[in-house]
Design a protein around this ligand. Structure first.
Ligand code: GTP
Ligand code: NA
Ligand code: MG
Length: 345
């Protein structure tokens, strides 16, 4: 069929939410569960982003995916963690601006909090579809732990008091979201992904609902945003952070949304004192999570293709402006036009 010829890139999924709701723990849970299966097809944590290959997701959600007849069309997910502390509004804004779909993490025991509302407004501003992870379900009174079980099956194992508290917490959250003019529903009851936000109960501690979370993210992507993640050769690359790394000097962490980067490429980025022109010395990604983060273990790439989170080593990047675009200058490009474009941002 025609569809088989279309190449999709990995969607960029931003994890947003109030401080300490469990965003990073959810990512850790997703990565750890896959690391267990061996590192060859395991997870590599990218800079500012974690790439989860589709094979790992299939493995992790196996029995459940068969049950819901999941059809995987995407090569993987590029998950971007953001901080929930109120002072990091700029990072949440940058993350939500980049992503195709977001996961808004809510502590089921706390309901909506200040940065939950802030995140909702960021997502709404950009029309970004999102799902809500109702995390820390293991904190529900008398919750019976069902390690790494899909939520629907875990729910069936619960006692009456646990079900009662869970149901009432869900009801409160649905009412609070309605107060933000959002319709929401537990994911397995949601018949309209376009108009109704899916709620996915999870525990980053004990693993209930993690499979559901991944599958619902993929479902939402495939149902609402598939056109948007058709791979494009035209470069789309955003600078996330400027970091000095011992032994490497000044580096930039970027999210390569579309296109590719090569060692030696001439690049232009916006700088605080005007456009910066430099050449990519190396493109690196860190080793899998299980290994330590010593620099000698960085993996080098001669070329890398979207979507991916990578670190670029090049000279003169000290004054690069986070949040702006990176451009590659080809031989017949007008570098002055590109520089003018770069500093417009
Ligand atoms: P910030 O990045 O600072 O906004 O926090 P975060 O949202 O990334 O939360 P983090 O993963 O740091 O978790 C905060 C605390 O909640 C930690 O002590 C975690 O162990 C705990 N925690 C996270 N998820 C769960 C969960 O599902 N159940 C329980 N019981 N504790 C959790
Ligand atoms: Na935290
Ligand atoms: Mg965190």
């Amino acid at each position: 069929t025609r569809e088989n010829k279309i190449e999709y890139r990995s969607p960029i999924i931003c994890i947003l939410g109030h401080v300490d709701t469990g965003k990073t723990s959810l990512l850790d849970k997703i990565r750890n569960t896959n690391v267990q299966g061996g590192e060859a097809r395991g997870i590599t944590q990218q800079i500012g982003a974690s790439f989860i290959p589709i094979e790992a997701i299939k493995e992790q959600t196996k029995s459940f995916a068969e049950k819901v007849k999941m059809d995987f069309k995407l090569p993987g997910l590029l998950l971007i963690d953001t901080p929930g502390h109120e002072s990091f509004n700029n990072l949440r804004s940058r993350g939500s601006g980049l992503c195709d779909v977001a996961v808004l993490v809510v502590d089921i025991m706390h309901g909506l909090e200040a940065q939950t509302i802030e995140s909702i407004n960021l997502l709404r501003m950009r029309n970004t579809p999102f799902i809500v992870a109702l995390n820390k379900v293991d904190r529900i009174y008398e919750w019976k732990t069902c390690v790494n079980t899909n939520f629907v099956d875990a729910y069936k194992q619960q006692s009456k008091p646990a079900i009662q508290e869970f149901d009432s917490k869900v009801k409160e959250t649905i009412a609070a979201l309605a107060g933000q003019e959002l319709n929401s529903e537990l994911w397995w009851r949601n018949k309209d992904y376009k108009k109704v936000v899916s709620l996915v109960p999870t525990s980053a501690q004990t693993g209930e609902g993690i499979a559901d979370l991944m599958l619902v993210v993929i479902q939402v992507m495939q149902k609402l945003m598939l056109e948007k993640v058709i791979y494009q050769e035209k470069l789309q690359c955003t600078l996330l952070e400027v970091k000095v790394i011992e032994g490497l000097g000044c580096t930039i962490d970027v999210i390569l949304v579309n296109g590719r980067l090569k060692e030696g490429d001439k690049i232009v980025v916006s700088g605080f004192n005007g456009p910066i022109e430099t050449n990519i010395r190396s493109i690196i990604t860190p080793p899998p999570l299980t290994e330590s983060r010593v620099k000698s273990q960085f993996i080098q790439h001669q070329e890398i293709k979207a979507a991916m989170g990578v670190k670029i080593v090049a000279s003169g990047l000290e004054k690069a402006v986070p949040g702006t675009s990176l451009y590659v200058v080809d031989e017949d490009d007008d570098i002055n036009a590109i520089k003018a474009e770069a500093i417009k941002e």
